[in-house]
Ligand binder design. Sequence first.
Ligand code: PMP
Ligand code: GLN
Length: 378
Amino acid sequence: FPSKLPNVGTTIFTVMSALATEHKAVNLGQGFPDFECAPELVNAVTAAMQAGHNQYPPMTGVPVLREAVARKIEALHGHAYNPHTEITITAGATQAIITAILAIVHAGDEVIVLDPCYDSYVPNIELAGGKAVRVPLTPGTFRPDFAKISAAITPRTRAIIINSPHNPSATIWTAEEMRQLEDLLAPTDILLISDEVYEHMVFDGAEHQSAARFAGLASRAFIVSSFGKTFHVTGWKVGTVAAPAALTAEFRKVHQFNVFTVNTPVQHGLAAYLQDPTPYLQLPAFYQAKRDLFREGLAGSRFKLLPSTGSYFQCVDISAISDLNEADFCQWLTREVGVAAIPLSAFYGDGFDQRVVRFCFAKKDETLRAALERLRKL
Ligand code: PMP
Ligand code: GLN
């Protein structure tokens, strides 16, 4: 039968992790921590199971978790979401994003994505019968180019997807850039999907500029986050969507037939753990130290370091090391050097012509040191 996604293979993250395992390479490819989450969080989930929170939760997520999420967003960004009508708990950000897209994109609608972008966006749009319009971020700096975004808008533009802190470039949007987006969208009814899964990983004193902070964006936005990133539990697959009530109502129509509900005891455990903001408030310093360890380790090498101001990624230019293209370089690096990375081409459509690969530094210091020992020889 005809494939619905003829140009899609297995995701690069799965491919590179399998190759890393096969070659016993240090895996700095797929983005996930190799250290444990807080024992208090495991205890909170275990306690929820023992307390009998083991059947279907409400379709929208357990109320105590939705309330905790609304309180957190209000404290950090000053926007009060109604936890009952405007917050939904999802099976990770991945499900949040595809559900938002399925809820709003009609056949033939266009959705603007900014290249490089996370690999699920474009297939999600295509599954909804929409057309992804790829607009490049500025080459070299990865800043949004508002003239190009503006030129890509047509009467069919249903939505735009943004992602800050950004996977893979590790840049973050400034307040001024968010305001420019707000101004650009003001005369339109274009919706916004703001992928903020790395919201708590911002460095050097920078602040995360959530779309929730900008009235003209919040009123049209699905704001997506992921506990997997924030609490070092990527395998738990629990995320959130904050959106105005009318958008949330449409979101939930799809969500109920998509997954219906999300893991009950984990939701209760997260709600209890969220009562103390310390863990996520400490995250910038925690990851900044890892970023610095990794960058200092590569400083004298022939890898050219790009800035890393947010997320848990570090991009490097490989031109001085190899003539291989970046996809072949990542294969070679994993097989021959024993360190896995992700080629940036995985985040683009056709015509990628940079020589940049992405490392993930969400690893134990000893893991980073083991990788650095190998990388510094190149
Ligand atoms: N968006 C971005 C930008 C990501 O990097 C990821 C995780 N790699 C996701 C969404 C998906 O998050 P989750 O694991 O919660 O589904
Ligand atoms: N988002 C993670 C990354 O960018 C991986 C998630 C996945 O494997 N799909 O590495």
